[in-house]
Design a protein around this ligand. Sequence first.
Ligand SMILES: [Ca+2]
Ligand SMILES: [Ca+2]
Length: 190
Amino acid sequence: MKKLRNFKIYLVIFALLIFIALIIFLQNSPSKSEVDLKERVLKLTLNIDSLDNVNITEMRVSYGYTEKGNEESDYMLKLYSKNEIKEFYFPISFHILADPPIEIFNAKKILFIPYEDGLHLIEIFHNDSLIGIFQAGKLLCNKNKICDGFESYYSCPIDCSTYEKDRVCVPADDGYCDPDCDNKDADCIK
Ligand SMILES: [Ca+2]
Ligand SMILES: [Ca+2]
């Protein structure tokens, strides 16, 4: 009888220890919101002049933080992905902050937009007028078995390996050092 009582006490202590360990584990793991903030991000560099000539000078898909569009802005991107069409509004200023402000005719804009699977077309609008069309699908993945152009592992895993020199760090535990990572990839430290 005494043995059974001792066993019950041990069981209670054991359960208590598990409970405490669980609480410590939950407190140390990153909160859900922290993890959710990071996603695949399309970094888009635009060159626009005041006559509405527009060019994409660089685009690259990586993993990180995205920005929110500003619905009250004059410029808009229409992003055609596999399953949906999304609009992203953004402002452009043709003035440099000075006293008095200096007018410029050409502006560079870098945007960090959420990347959706199968993004194949980007249209750029200024006040509802279409000013540029870009075949983003071929720019982000041309499937020629070489990691080239604006491709990265995140937009084109068929051409780019996890350890490709594609200006994007993929800290994968795959035994290869990604040269874009420095010490963020554990394989580069070994
Ligand atoms: Ca390629
Ligand atoms: Ca890389």
